[in-house]
Design a protein around this ligand. Structure first.
Ligand SMILES: [Zn+2]
Length: 317
């Protein structure tokens, strides 16, 4: 072994020990801390609330329930999100929670910031929009557009079961848990040559240079399939069918044959312009089916008599 390689291995080994000693999980955490992630998410969320043009299209706004039926839908959606959060591994959760008091106090004064816990870290929101999409940003902010929640005569691609909602919720939470946004911001900062800003002026300066809509760009294939695996883990733990992921994605694929239930991976790319931040593909549909087979999964797609699709219908969103 040359001296150069010896040096490389010694440094690598030292870095691993250093991360472990600091309770860190990756070198990206050195550049973007859990507190940075929460602050970025909060910043993005305030742009959403202000209907900022960089992150919201014309006519889009944060959904706020106007009647009892809409309140039922909102409560149901958030309760399903919390159900996913409950089954997140303790170790995974620890990587998300900042030490600083940066989370919202859910009980009384909503502006007061309190310590982040498993119960208050994630925030599940709905955006009134004609886009068929859902996405998550760092710090546990998860957004679903109204269009993806509903299926009706004009929209044939919205959710058709609780399993579809839970599978996509699990996928989005998976992105947050796996720190995918942090990974892409460090990558993008390096590509844009602004890594020195990350080290010096911090994350705010990097985001200013990359643009506020950075989070709305698509995820990489690897990150998509990793988030699918996490989503599967959650639905499987909860005891609801994971098939919703395949059901939902296959509707967005021209290479899927509903008659045979087969998806031709060689015809990838012929996708509809839907779910743009998490592009569906045959391999994702087929991988999900394989995971279900391997786990011998036989859970229901809807767990209660009052179906998710009926709740959506009643809300008239
Ligand atoms: Zn995704």
């Amino acid at each position: 072994m040359s001296n150069k390689w010896k040096f490389f291995w010694v440094v690598s080994f030292a870095l691993v020990l250093f991360f472990q000693a600091c309770g860190m999980h990756s070198w990206e955490e050195l550049l973007v801390s859990a507190a940075d992630e929460k602050k970025m998410g909060r910043e993005f969320d305030s742009l959403v609330r202000d209907k900022n043009k960089d992150v919201m299209s014309s006519g889009e706004e944060l959904f706020s329930p106007q009647n009892d039926a809409q309140q039922e839908l909102y409560d149901y959606y958030r309760a399903r999100g919390k159900e996913i959060v409950k089954v997140i591994d303790k170790k995974d959760m620890e990587t998300l929670l900042p030490k600083e008091k940066l989370c919202r106090n859910n009980t009384d004064n909503r502006n007061e910031k309190v310590a982040c816990t498993k119960d208050n870290f994630f925030e599940f929101k709905i955006i009134k929009s004609k886009q068929l999409n859902a996405f998550a940003v760092p710090g546990g902010y998860v957004y679903f557009y109204t269009e993806i929640l509903k299926e009706n005569n004009t929209n044939k691609n919205g959710f058709r079961s609780e399993s579809e909602l839970m599978s996509v919720l699990g996928h989005e939470v998976g992105h947050v848990v796996l720190h995918h946004s942090r990974e892409s911001i460090v990558k993008q900062a390096a590509l844009a040559g602004v890594i020195d800003a990350l080290l010096g002026d911090g994350i705010g300066s990097v985001l200013a240079q990359l643009g506020a809509n950075f989070w709305l760009l698509g995820n990489s294939r690897e990150n998509e399939s990793e988030a699918d695996v996490k989503g599967f883990e959650y639905t499987n733990k909860i005891g609801i069918s994971s098939e919703g992921l395949s059901d939902f994605f296959s509707r967005g694929l021209k290479s899927y044959n509903p008659a045979t239930g087969q998806c031709d991976e060689k015809k990838e790319g012929s996708v509809m312009d839907a779910f743009s931040t998490h592009p569906p593909s045959c391999s994702r549909v087929n991988d999900n089916k394989r995971r279900m087979e391997k786990a011998h999964q036989n859970f229901p797609k809807d767990r209660s008599e009052r179906k998710f699709t009926d709740i959506v219908k009643a809300a008239g969103i």
